[in-house]
Design a protein around this ligand. Structure first.
Ligand code: PLP
Length: 392
Protein backbone atom coordinates (compact mmCIF):
# COMPACT_ATOMS: atom_id res chain seq x y z
CA UNK A 1 0.00 0.00 0.00
CA UNK A 2 2.89 2.40 0.53
CA UNK A 3 2.94 3.93 -2.96
CA UNK A 4 -0.85 3.75 -3.19
CA UNK A 5 -1.51 6.31 -0.52
CA UNK A 6 0.92 9.14 -0.96
CA UNK A 7 0.17 11.34 2.04
CA UNK A 8 -0.30 14.99 1.36
CA UNK A 9 2.17 15.89 4.09
CA UNK A 10 4.84 13.62 2.63
CA UNK A 11 4.24 14.78 -0.90
CA UNK A 12 4.28 18.47 -0.05
CA UNK A 13 7.40 17.94 2.03
CA UNK A 14 9.24 16.36 -0.87
CA UNK A 15 8.11 18.95 -3.35
CA UNK A 16 8.24 21.91 -0.99
CA UNK A 17 11.29 23.65 -2.39
CA UNK A 18 10.11 23.38 -5.95
CA UNK A 19 6.63 24.54 -5.00
CA UNK A 20 7.90 27.76 -3.55
CA UNK A 21 9.53 28.72 -6.83
CA UNK A 22 6.55 27.89 -8.98
CA UNK A 23 3.67 28.85 -6.71
CA UNK A 24 2.79 31.86 -8.81
CA UNK A 25 3.31 30.12 -12.12
CA UNK A 26 0.92 27.20 -12.60
CA UNK A 27 2.23 26.38 -16.04
CA UNK A 28 5.80 26.04 -14.79
CA UNK A 29 4.41 23.83 -12.05
CA UNK A 30 2.52 21.68 -14.53
CA UNK A 31 5.63 21.35 -16.66
CA UNK A 32 7.48 20.02 -13.62
CA UNK A 33 4.62 17.70 -12.73
CA UNK A 34 3.92 19.60 -9.54
CA UNK A 35 0.23 20.06 -8.74
CA UNK A 36 -0.65 23.57 -7.67
CA UNK A 37 -3.80 23.56 -5.59
CA UNK A 38 -5.97 26.65 -6.02
CA UNK A 39 -8.49 27.91 -3.56
CA UNK A 40 -7.34 26.59 -0.21
CA UNK A 41 -7.85 23.35 1.64
CA UNK A 42 -11.58 22.74 1.16
CA UNK A 43 -11.39 19.74 -1.18
CA UNK A 44 -8.06 18.26 -0.14
CA UNK A 45 -9.47 15.08 1.41
CA UNK A 46 -11.54 14.13 -1.65
CA UNK A 47 -8.75 15.09 -4.01
CA UNK A 48 -6.22 13.03 -2.09
CA UNK A 49 -8.47 9.97 -2.15
CA UNK A 50 -9.00 10.34 -5.89
CA UNK A 51 -5.35 11.04 -6.63
CA UNK A 52 -4.23 7.99 -4.65
CA UNK A 53 -6.37 5.57 -6.67
CA UNK A 54 -4.97 3.60 -9.58
CA UNK A 55 -7.51 4.94 -12.10
CA UNK A 56 -7.96 2.18 -14.66
CA UNK A 57 -11.74 2.25 -14.99
CA UNK A 58 -12.63 4.79 -17.71
CA UNK A 59 -10.21 4.05 -20.56
CA UNK A 60 -8.45 7.33 -19.96
CA UNK A 61 -4.95 8.20 -21.07
CA UNK A 62 -3.01 8.52 -17.80
CA UNK A 63 -0.32 10.82 -19.26
CA UNK A 64 -2.63 13.73 -20.03
CA UNK A 65 -2.19 16.37 -22.74
CA UNK A 66 1.22 16.61 -24.42
CA UNK A 67 3.65 19.32 -23.32
CA UNK A 68 2.90 21.22 -26.54
CA UNK A 69 -0.84 21.03 -25.90
CA UNK A 70 -0.36 22.31 -22.35
CA UNK A 71 1.68 25.19 -23.70
CA UNK A 72 -0.97 26.03 -26.31
CA UNK A 73 -3.78 25.88 -23.75
CA UNK A 74 -1.84 28.07 -21.37
CA UNK A 75 -1.42 30.61 -24.19
CA UNK A 76 -5.14 30.43 -25.04
CA UNK A 77 -6.21 31.45 -21.53
CA UNK A 78 -5.86 35.04 -22.67
CA UNK A 79 -9.05 34.55 -24.72
CA UNK A 80 -11.04 33.08 -21.80
CA UNK A 81 -13.33 36.10 -21.46
CA UNK A 82 -14.22 36.30 -25.19
CA UNK A 83 -17.03 34.94 -27.38
CA UNK A 84 -15.34 35.68 -30.69
CA UNK A 85 -11.61 34.91 -30.61
CA UNK A 86 -8.85 33.28 -32.69
CA UNK A 87 -9.44 29.56 -32.31
CA UNK A 88 -6.03 28.33 -33.39
CA UNK A 89 -7.44 27.37 -36.78
CA UNK A 90 -8.82 24.19 -35.25
CA UNK A 91 -11.26 23.22 -38.01
CA UNK A 92 -8.69 23.65 -40.77
CA UNK A 93 -6.06 21.83 -38.69
CA UNK A 94 -8.35 18.81 -38.16
CA UNK A 95 -9.34 18.87 -41.82
CA UNK A 96 -5.70 18.94 -42.96
CA UNK A 97 -4.61 16.27 -40.48
CA UNK A 98 -7.29 13.87 -41.73
CA UNK A 99 -7.26 14.85 -45.39
CA UNK A 100 -10.92 15.89 -45.44
CA UNK A 101 -12.56 19.11 -46.66
CA UNK A 102 -13.59 21.51 -43.88
CA UNK A 103 -17.27 21.26 -44.77
CA UNK A 104 -17.16 17.58 -43.71
CA UNK A 105 -16.40 18.52 -40.09
CA UNK A 106 -18.34 19.35 -36.97
CA UNK A 107 -16.75 19.87 -33.57
CA UNK A 108 -18.27 18.61 -30.34
CA UNK A 109 -17.55 18.94 -26.63
CA UNK A 110 -16.07 15.44 -26.74
CA UNK A 111 -17.19 12.80 -29.19
CA UNK A 112 -19.94 12.12 -26.63
CA UNK A 113 -21.64 15.26 -27.91
CA UNK A 114 -21.33 13.98 -31.49
CA UNK A 115 -22.99 10.67 -30.51
CA UNK A 116 -25.86 12.55 -28.90
CA UNK A 117 -26.24 14.93 -31.83
CA UNK A 118 -26.54 11.92 -34.16
CA UNK A 119 -29.26 10.55 -31.87
CA UNK A 120 -31.14 13.86 -31.80
CA UNK A 121 -30.87 14.21 -35.57
CA UNK A 122 -31.83 10.72 -36.70
CA UNK A 123 -34.01 9.21 -33.96
CA UNK A 124 -37.16 11.33 -34.35
CA UNK A 125 -40.56 9.91 -35.37
CA UNK A 126 -40.21 6.57 -33.60
CA UNK A 127 -36.91 5.66 -35.31
CA UNK A 128 -34.59 3.19 -33.62
CA UNK A 129 -30.85 2.71 -33.34
CA UNK A 130 -29.39 -0.70 -34.21
CA UNK A 131 -26.15 -1.89 -32.61
CA UNK A 132 -24.55 -4.62 -30.55
CA UNK A 133 -24.61 -5.13 -26.81
CA UNK A 134 -22.38 -4.55 -24.99
CA UNK A 135 -21.07 -1.48 -26.73
CA UNK A 136 -20.64 2.16 -25.78
CA UNK A 137 -23.83 2.48 -23.75
CA UNK A 138 -24.15 6.26 -23.96
CA UNK A 139 -25.63 5.86 -27.44
CA UNK A 140 -28.41 3.59 -26.20
CA UNK A 141 -29.07 5.44 -22.95
CA UNK A 142 -29.31 8.71 -24.82
CA UNK A 143 -31.76 7.10 -27.26
CA UNK A 144 -33.91 5.92 -24.38
CA UNK A 145 -33.66 9.40 -22.83
CA UNK A 146 -35.24 10.87 -25.95
CA UNK A 147 -37.88 8.09 -26.05
CA UNK A 148 -36.29 6.18 -28.90
CA UNK A 149 -35.76 2.43 -28.89
CA UNK A 150 -32.64 0.44 -29.58
CA UNK A 151 -32.48 -2.90 -31.40
CA UNK A 152 -29.63 -4.64 -29.61
CA UNK A 153 -27.84 -7.56 -31.21
CA UNK A 154 -25.69 -10.04 -29.30
CA UNK A 155 -21.97 -10.43 -29.84
CA UNK A 156 -20.51 -13.67 -31.15
CA UNK A 157 -18.89 -16.17 -28.77
CA UNK A 158 -15.50 -14.66 -29.62
CA UNK A 159 -16.93 -11.21 -28.68
CA UNK A 160 -16.82 -9.95 -32.27
CA UNK A 161 -19.70 -8.11 -33.92
CA UNK A 162 -21.68 -10.19 -36.40
CA UNK A 163 -22.00 -7.91 -39.42
CA UNK A 164 -24.31 -10.25 -41.31
CA UNK A 165 -26.73 -10.09 -38.38
CA UNK A 166 -26.48 -6.29 -38.41
CA UNK A 167 -27.22 -6.21 -42.15
CA UNK A 168 -30.20 -8.54 -41.72
CA UNK A 169 -31.62 -6.56 -38.79
CA UNK A 170 -31.21 -3.27 -40.66
CA UNK A 171 -32.97 -4.60 -43.75
CA UNK A 172 -35.73 -6.24 -41.71
CA UNK A 173 -36.45 -3.02 -39.74
CA UNK A 174 -35.56 -0.67 -42.59
CA UNK A 175 -38.51 1.71 -42.15
CA UNK A 176 -37.86 2.04 -38.43
CA UNK A 177 -34.09 2.40 -38.44
CA UNK A 178 -32.83 5.87 -37.53
CA UNK A 179 -29.18 4.85 -37.70
CA UNK A 180 -26.81 1.92 -37.25
CA UNK A 181 -24.20 2.27 -34.50
CA UNK A 182 -20.87 0.56 -34.96
CA UNK A 183 -18.16 1.10 -32.38
CA UNK A 184 -14.84 0.17 -33.98
CA UNK A 185 -12.89 -0.98 -32.09
CA UNK A 186 -15.74 -1.80 -29.75
CA UNK A 187 -15.88 -0.61 -26.17
CA UNK A 188 -15.90 -2.64 -23.88
CA UNK A 189 -14.57 -5.67 -25.77
CA UNK A 190 -11.66 -4.02 -27.60
CA UNK A 191 -12.37 -6.04 -30.74
CA UNK A 192 -12.35 -4.62 -34.28
CA UNK A 193 -14.60 -4.91 -37.30
CA UNK A 194 -12.43 -5.39 -40.40
CA UNK A 195 -12.30 -3.06 -43.39
CA UNK A 196 -13.92 -5.79 -45.51
CA UNK A 197 -16.79 -6.18 -43.02
CA UNK A 198 -17.49 -2.44 -43.01
CA UNK A 199 -17.56 -2.47 -46.80
CA UNK A 200 -19.94 -5.45 -46.72
CA UNK A 201 -22.23 -3.67 -44.25
CA UNK A 202 -22.39 -0.50 -46.34
CA UNK A 203 -22.89 -2.43 -49.58
CA UNK A 204 -25.77 -4.47 -48.19
CA UNK A 205 -27.98 -1.99 -46.37
CA UNK A 206 -30.05 0.74 -48.05
CA UNK A 207 -27.97 3.80 -49.00
CA UNK A 208 -30.18 6.16 -47.03
CA UNK A 209 -29.65 4.50 -43.62
CA UNK A 210 -27.14 6.59 -41.66
CA UNK A 211 -24.27 4.63 -40.08
CA UNK A 212 -22.45 6.08 -37.08
CA UNK A 213 -18.94 4.63 -36.80
CA UNK A 214 -17.38 5.47 -33.46
CA UNK A 215 -13.60 5.42 -33.79
CA UNK A 216 -12.69 6.69 -30.32
CA UNK A 217 -9.93 4.07 -29.96
CA UNK A 218 -8.78 3.85 -33.55
CA UNK A 219 -5.26 5.17 -32.85
CA UNK A 220 -4.40 2.11 -30.77
CA UNK A 221 -5.26 -0.51 -33.42
CA UNK A 222 -2.53 -2.80 -34.83
CA UNK A 223 -4.81 -5.29 -36.64
CA UNK A 224 -3.77 -5.13 -40.34
CA UNK A 225 -7.33 -6.01 -41.44
CA UNK A 226 -8.70 -2.88 -39.75
CA UNK A 227 -9.05 0.42 -41.55
CA UNK A 228 -10.46 3.76 -40.47
CA UNK A 229 -13.68 4.52 -42.35
CA UNK A 230 -13.19 8.22 -43.18
CA UNK A 231 -13.20 7.48 -46.90
CA UNK A 232 -16.90 6.56 -46.86
CA UNK A 233 -17.85 9.93 -45.38
CA UNK A 234 -15.67 11.69 -47.94
CA UNK A 235 -17.23 9.66 -50.78
CA UNK A 236 -20.66 10.87 -49.65
CA UNK A 237 -22.07 7.71 -48.04
CA UNK A 238 -24.45 8.50 -45.17
CA UNK A 239 -21.71 7.71 -42.68
CA UNK A 240 -20.71 9.74 -39.61
CA UNK A 241 -17.28 9.06 -38.16
CA UNK A 242 -16.93 10.10 -34.50
CA UNK A 243 -13.43 10.86 -33.21
CA UNK A 244 -12.12 12.20 -29.92
CA UNK A 245 -9.15 13.96 -28.37
CA UNK A 246 -9.93 12.21 -25.07
CA UNK A 247 -7.98 9.03 -25.65
CA UNK A 248 -4.64 9.06 -27.50
CA UNK A 249 -4.33 12.83 -26.89
CA UNK A 250 -5.21 12.66 -23.19
CA UNK A 251 -7.75 15.52 -23.09
CA UNK A 252 -10.84 13.76 -21.69
CA UNK A 253 -11.66 16.49 -19.18
CA UNK A 254 -10.96 19.29 -21.67
CA UNK A 255 -13.78 18.03 -23.94
CA UNK A 256 -13.24 18.06 -27.66
CA UNK A 257 -14.16 15.60 -30.37
CA UNK A 258 -15.49 15.84 -33.90
CA UNK A 259 -17.63 14.28 -36.59
CA UNK A 260 -16.57 13.64 -40.16
CA UNK A 261 -19.58 13.25 -42.44
CA UNK A 262 -20.88 14.35 -45.85
CA UNK A 263 -21.76 18.07 -45.87
CA UNK A 264 -25.52 17.47 -46.03
CA UNK A 265 -25.34 15.33 -42.89
CA UNK A 266 -23.23 18.00 -41.18
CA UNK A 267 -26.00 20.52 -42.00
CA UNK A 268 -28.68 18.15 -40.67
CA UNK A 269 -26.76 17.64 -37.43
CA UNK A 270 -25.50 21.17 -36.87
CA UNK A 271 -28.92 22.32 -35.70
CA UNK A 272 -28.52 20.10 -32.64
CA UNK A 273 -24.90 20.91 -31.81
CA UNK A 274 -24.34 23.12 -28.78
CA UNK A 275 -21.25 24.83 -30.22
CA UNK A 276 -19.81 24.58 -26.73
CA UNK A 277 -16.22 23.57 -27.42
CA UNK A 278 -14.07 25.82 -25.28
CA UNK A 279 -11.08 27.89 -26.29
CA UNK A 280 -8.52 25.78 -24.43
CA UNK A 281 -9.81 22.61 -26.07
CA UNK A 282 -9.47 24.13 -29.53
CA UNK A 283 -5.90 25.33 -29.06
CA UNK A 284 -4.93 22.14 -27.23
CA UNK A 285 -6.33 19.96 -30.01
CA UNK A 286 -4.32 21.75 -32.69
CA UNK A 287 -1.09 21.39 -30.73
CA UNK A 288 -1.84 17.73 -29.89
CA UNK A 289 -2.05 16.77 -33.53
CA UNK A 290 1.34 18.39 -34.12
CA UNK A 291 3.04 16.61 -31.22
CA UNK A 292 3.88 13.32 -32.87
CA UNK A 293 6.46 12.43 -30.18
CA UNK A 294 3.77 12.50 -27.49
CA UNK A 295 1.44 10.47 -29.72
CA UNK A 296 4.13 7.85 -30.32
CA UNK A 297 4.97 7.67 -26.63
CA UNK A 298 1.36 7.11 -25.55
CA UNK A 299 0.71 4.51 -28.24
CA UNK A 300 3.94 2.60 -27.73
CA UNK A 301 3.77 2.62 -23.93
CA UNK A 302 0.09 1.68 -23.82
CA UNK A 303 0.52 -1.25 -26.20
CA UNK A 304 3.63 -2.46 -24.38
CA UNK A 305 1.88 -2.38 -21.00
CA UNK A 306 -1.21 -4.06 -22.46
CA UNK A 307 0.86 -6.88 -23.97
CA UNK A 308 2.80 -7.30 -20.74
CA UNK A 309 -0.31 -7.34 -18.54
CA UNK A 310 -2.09 -9.86 -20.77
CA UNK A 311 1.00 -12.09 -20.73
CA UNK A 312 1.21 -11.83 -16.92
CA UNK A 313 -2.48 -12.74 -16.60
CA UNK A 314 -2.07 -15.66 -19.02
CA UNK A 315 0.83 -16.81 -16.85
CA UNK A 316 -1.61 -16.96 -13.94
CA UNK A 317 -4.05 -18.97 -16.05
CA UNK A 318 -6.49 -16.13 -16.88
CA UNK A 319 -7.73 -15.33 -20.38
CA UNK A 320 -8.52 -11.92 -21.80
CA UNK A 321 -10.42 -10.96 -24.92
CA UNK A 322 -7.80 -9.95 -27.51
CA UNK A 323 -7.89 -6.15 -27.51
CA UNK A 324 -6.97 -3.47 -30.05
CA UNK A 325 -7.46 -0.62 -27.60
CA UNK A 326 -6.15 0.93 -24.39
CA UNK A 327 -8.25 -1.47 -22.31
CA UNK A 328 -9.03 -5.17 -22.20
CA UNK A 329 -11.58 -7.54 -20.71
CA UNK A 330 -10.42 -10.15 -18.26
CA UNK A 331 -12.49 -13.31 -17.91
CA UNK A 332 -12.77 -13.79 -14.14
CA UNK A 333 -14.98 -16.90 -14.54
CA UNK A 334 -17.24 -15.54 -11.80
CA UNK A 335 -19.33 -12.34 -11.47
CA UNK A 336 -17.06 -9.33 -11.27
CA UNK A 337 -19.12 -7.01 -9.02
CA UNK A 338 -17.51 -8.26 -5.76
CA UNK A 339 -14.14 -8.44 -7.48
CA UNK A 340 -14.44 -4.80 -8.44
CA UNK A 341 -15.15 -3.92 -4.81
CA UNK A 342 -12.12 -5.95 -3.72
CA UNK A 343 -9.97 -3.98 -6.16
CA UNK A 344 -11.35 -0.73 -4.81
CA UNK A 345 -10.46 -1.76 -1.25
CA UNK A 346 -6.92 -2.19 -2.55
CA UNK A 347 -6.87 1.29 -4.09
CA UNK A 348 -7.54 0.21 -7.69
CA UNK A 349 -10.59 1.47 -9.64
CA UNK A 350 -11.58 -0.90 -12.47
CA UNK A 351 -14.47 -0.87 -14.95
CA UNK A 352 -18.17 -1.31 -14.20
CA UNK A 353 -20.45 -4.22 -15.16
CA UNK A 354 -21.15 -4.66 -18.87
CA UNK A 355 -24.25 -6.85 -19.13
CA UNK A 356 -24.54 -9.52 -20.32
CA UNK A 357 -20.76 -10.08 -19.86
CA UNK A 358 -20.97 -10.14 -16.08
CA UNK A 359 -17.91 -12.38 -15.61
CA UNK A 360 -15.66 -10.00 -17.52
CA UNK A 361 -13.76 -7.19 -15.87
CA UNK A 362 -12.84 -4.22 -18.05
CA UNK A 363 -9.39 -2.92 -17.22
CA UNK A 364 -7.93 0.24 -18.76
CA UNK A 365 -4.21 0.53 -19.38
CA UNK A 366 -2.79 2.99 -16.88
CA UNK A 367 0.81 3.86 -16.14
CA UNK A 368 3.41 1.17 -15.47
CA UNK A 369 3.00 1.82 -11.75
CA UNK A 370 -0.79 1.49 -11.96
CA UNK A 371 -0.55 -1.76 -13.90
CA UNK A 372 1.84 -3.08 -11.27
CA UNK A 373 -0.72 -2.22 -8.60
CA UNK A 374 -3.43 -3.91 -10.64
CA UNK A 375 -1.40 -7.13 -10.94
CA UNK A 376 -0.50 -7.13 -7.24
CA UNK A 377 -4.14 -6.60 -6.27
CA UNK A 378 -5.31 -9.29 -8.68
CA UNK A 379 -2.79 -11.76 -7.34
CA UNK A 380 -4.11 -11.06 -3.88
CA UNK A 381 -7.80 -11.21 -4.85
CA UNK A 382 -7.54 -14.40 -6.92
CA UNK A 383 -6.39 -16.28 -3.83
CA UNK A 384 -9.26 -14.90 -1.74
CA UNK A 385 -12.83 -16.04 -1.19
CA UNK A 386 -14.03 -13.25 -3.51
CA UNK A 387 -12.89 -15.24 -6.52
CA UNK A 388 -12.91 -18.88 -5.57
CA UNK A 389 -15.14 -19.34 -2.56
CA UNK A 390 -12.32 -20.61 -0.36
CA UNK A 391 -9.22 -18.80 0.80
CA UNK A 392 -6.19 -20.05 -1.16
C1 PLP B 1 -16.43 4.24 -27.66
C2 PLP B 1 -16.48 5.61 -27.07
N1 PLP B 1 -17.03 6.59 -27.77
C3 PLP B 1 -17.10 7.83 -27.29
C4 PLP B 1 -16.63 8.13 -26.04
C5 PLP B 1 -16.81 9.53 -25.54
O1 PLP B 1 -15.60 10.15 -25.37
P1 PLP B 1 -15.48 11.72 -25.27
O2 PLP B 1 -16.85 12.28 -25.11
O3 PLP B 1 -14.60 11.97 -24.11
O4 PLP B 1 -14.86 12.13 -26.57
C6 PLP B 1 -16.04 7.15 -25.25
C7 PLP B 1 -15.54 7.44 -23.91
O5 PLP B 1 -15.07 6.64 -23.16
C8 PLP B 1 -15.97 5.83 -25.79
O6 PLP B 1 -15.46 4.83 -25.09
Amino acid sequence: MSNQSVSRRGFVGAAGAALSTVALNPHAALAQGIPVRPGGPRFWAEDDAYDALAKISFNENPYGPSAKALEAMNYAFKYSMRYGYPDGGVTQAIADHHGVPRNHLMLGAGSGEILEVVGLTYLGDGKKVIGVEPSYGQVYSHASGIDADAILLPLEDDSRQNIQRMVDATNRHYRDVGFVYLCNPNNPTGRTVTAAEIEYLLDNIPDDVPVLIDEAYHHFVRDPDYEASLKYAIEGRRVVIARTFSKIYGMAAIRIGFAIAPPEMISEMRVYSTGSVNVLAKWGAVASMEDTDAYDFVRRTTLRLRDQTLADLAGLGYECIPSETNFFMLDCRTPVAPIRRAFRERGVAVGRDFPPMLNHLRVSIGTEEEMGRFMNAFDDIRGSTVMNGSRG
